[in-house]
Design a protein around this ligand. Structure first.
Ligand code: MLT
Length: 240
């Protein structure tokens, strides 16, 4: 089976990609998809990504026993129970709970993939689980990077490139777009020091400047969990 792989660097470019019939992997390494991966791995019932804090308050008010999480400018929104640090989403806090989440870039990227055949959530923490799932039963794959405020970001593209690299070796053949090949080259440049790459990228430096350097290191961990969250009808839940 030959995989066809594309990488879309920001959600603003998604309207130019035909996602119908394709598997989309959304990634926002710092920190939304890392947070979602941890929360689902720790037993959260499901996570509903919404665009704004007002949307989050409204949805939470309409359903019982719901945690509201997320950030603006990297900091927990006033009135939310949780911010967007994956380290907050521990099993004792999230197990069995419904969560509504809004972040600057990650949740809007998830919402922009509604026409895809299936939408998966990827982070370094579940990278191999994502690759294993894609290698098993998928032909057309699009990695949708959350980017930063409509622009390119290093960390999401390096993650996509790591997946492209894994899917293009080991006997698998893949038909790569130029964007996918560029992401793969970027990954190969940083593969020996992913933590350093995260610490030196723009948002990694910003998070460190507001006292969240520990989040940056946490988000660099490889293959901590063997699950792939999937967005189904607007809710992200366990898929495998
Ligand atoms: C994002 O949506 O870009 C990130 O989640 C922002 C953050 O968590 O700092």
């Amino acid at each position: 089976m030959c995989l066809s792989i594309d990488v879309v660097f920001t959600p603003d470019l998604l309207p130019f990609s035909n996602l119908a019939g394709k598997t989309v992997v959304v990634t926002d390494i710092l920190r939304a998809t890392t947070t979602i991966t941890v929360a689902i791995a720790n037993g959260a019932q499901h996570i509903t990504p919404v665009l704004t804090p007002d949307d989050a308050f409204c949805l939470a008010a309409s359903q019982s026993d719901t945690l509201i999480g997320g950030e603006r400018h990297g900091v927990k929104v006033d009135g939310f129970q949780l911010g967007n640090s994956p380290r907050e989403y521990t099993r004792d806090i999230v197990s069995g709970r419904q969560i509504v989440l809004t972040t600057t870039n990650g949740t809007r990227t998830l919402q922009a993939c509604g026409t895809a055949k299936q939408v998966l959530v990827g982070s370094f923490l579940n990278l191999q689980a994502v690759v294993n799932l894609l290698a098993k039963d998928t032909e057309d794959v699009v990695f949708a990077c959350a980017g930063r405020e409509g622009g390119f970001c290093m960390e999401d593209t390096v993650f996509a490139g790591a997946c492209v690299d894994a899917l293009s070796t080991g006997g698998m053949t893949a038909n790569l777009t130029d964007a996918a090949e560029a992401a793969r080259l970027l990954y190969r440049e940083h593969s020996n020091n992913l933590t350093g790459m995260l610490q030196n990228c723009y948002h990694g430096r910003y998070l460190a400047s507001i006292g969240l350097a520990a989040d940056v290191e946490f988000c660099a961990q490889l293959n901590l969990v063997d699950i792939v969250p999937r967005q189904i009808k607007g809710q992200v839940k366990l898929s495998n």
